[in-house]
Design a protein. Sequence first.
Length: 294
Amino acid sequence: MNKAFFFSVFSAFLLTSCAVKPTASFTIPTQKLVAPVEVSFVNTTKFKAETYSWDFGDGSTSQEANPKHRYTQSGNHAVVLKATKGAKTVITKQMIQVTAPERCLVEIETDFGTMTAEFYNATPKHRDNFIKLADEGYYNDLLFHRVIGSFMIQGGDPDSRNAPAGKALGMGGPSYQVPAEFVDTLCHLKGAICAARTGNPEKKSSGSQFYIVQGSPVTETMLNQMETMRGFHYTPEQRAAYLTVGGTPQLDQEYTVFGRVIKGMEVIDKIAATETGPGDRPKKDVKMKMVVIK
């Protein structure tokens, strides 16, 4: 065999066998991630794939080249990227750690957007009861069945699930009440999450029904009247918030405040603006779904 020909064939074989195989790759954020958090994944795959398939390790997937994903649960998640071109698929995996929040958080999803709510350690009975029900899926597909503009939006009646149009709502709940937990530092500012109740001398709360304050700015005179009637004093910060952001101070020390909306305040306004019929029930159902951030 011609030596020159043999050498050229052998060299070509070496180049082919030593060629770098196509690989998939991506980068993840380096900073600490605390739930809930939206993570942007940057695809750094070197060859031009025809399709990409992502598994984010929490049951969610995507086909985007550079997706964003929102983690609502803490843990070590195995993120897998598959890049496919023709009959060839290459796979890479990285671990991403999401830390649980220090605060007790729940996301309340509606057709008008999502609210993120914080629940207070100062009201443990109401906090624990609400989180338990939300975690069990109790609130999913229930309605905000009572809406009064410039006042509040109310939900949590189990009878509202699949309730026919025109049905009167607001009397349902579990077979228990929650003892009142009044805390001077917690008041009915806009975004406050409070327990509904029927009339009872102990001011015990409904086991499931709650309302979120919309309210409106109030006057110094009204705050002074509330202090005189209820025998407590607002802090300068509470007064400033009532005068500017607003709320419903007439309900302070009458209904337990046990949480607040910390993100998605505009969702309250959108729901409060819906057209209502008898019993202040929205003419178009406003459903909720809750996700406990762990």
